[in-house]
Design a protein around this ligand. Structure first.
Ligand code: 5RP
Length: 227
């Protein structure tokens, strides 16, 4: 897909997400905000209604900066008891709205904010829709000293882990991208990888899947619920 068409679809999904949450925003609302190019469009849209809500919580330093550049205050998640919405992108989604995330290396904080939120609104362009997860290499955040050990364990699960050289996460950790996984049972694999010592988290969002998926496509926007 040409880049411009894909960007238009990302923008369309972001606008639709704002239209979805806007009627529910209140003076004391806190909005959870993810990371990535699709979310960047959402942040730019959110700025137009910043008078309608209190603050955001953010899943990355990059998104925090963009929110603050728009004059949106960003709160520490520890100060927040209730989070109505979390809006974030994804690298892949299946029909159950189970996701692969972490292309931007923000998976751990994304998972934490998604866990707190009552509703996870995922925004994607249509290229992200798949039948079976795993075409996109699965990101795994690891404690740096455990990188080789975890890589051997991931190879034992049938994957081909590749060190994302030069990338340090906001938490000071490393990323392994695991190629060649055909993920037929995302719930099991998510747990299995989390059980490897040295893994901080992995990019499978299966136990906490999205609640709705807003897809920008060639024929406009569609809203999907889990099958
Ligand atoms: C970052 C993510 C992103 O949501 C994912 O990589 C999608 O990014 P984009 O909207 O740029 O396609 O998980 O860690």
């Amino acid at each position: 897909m040409p880049q411009t068409a894909q960007n238009q679809q990302k923008m369309d999904a972001a606008k639709a997400a704002l239209a979805h949450i806007k009627p529910m925003l209140e003076n004391n609302s806190i909005v959870g905000v993810g990371t990535g190019s699709t979310v960047n469009y959402f942040i730019d849209e959110l700025a137009s209604v910043k008078h309608l809500f209190r603050a955001a919580v953010s899943s990355s330093d990059e998104s925090t900066q963009r929110l603050q550049d728009h004059g949106i205050s960003v709160m520490d998640l520890n100060e927040v008891n209730e989070l109505e919405f979390y809006v974030d992108g994804a690298d892949e989604s299946n029909t159950h709205l189970q996701l692969i995330k972490g292309g931007g290396a923000a998976l751990t904080r994304e998972k934490i904010v998604a866990a707190v939120a009552r509703k996870f609104v995922c925004i994607v362009d249509e290229s992200k829709l798949v039948g079976v997860l795993g075409g996109f290499a699965l990101p795994v955040e690891v404690i740096p000293m455990a990188r080789s050990y975890v890589a051997r364990k991931l190879a034992g699960l049938g994957g081909m882990p590749e060190y994302r050289a030069g990338v340090v996460t906001d938490n000071g950790n490393h990323i392994l991208d695991v190629h060649n996984l055909k993920i037929l049972n995302p719930l099991d694999l998510e747990k299995t990888i989390n059980n490897i010592v040295g893994v901080v988290s992995n990019g499978l969002f299966a136990s906490r899947a999205a609640d709705i998926l807003i897809v920008g496509g060639t024929n406009g926007v569609t809203v999907k619920k889990p099958n």
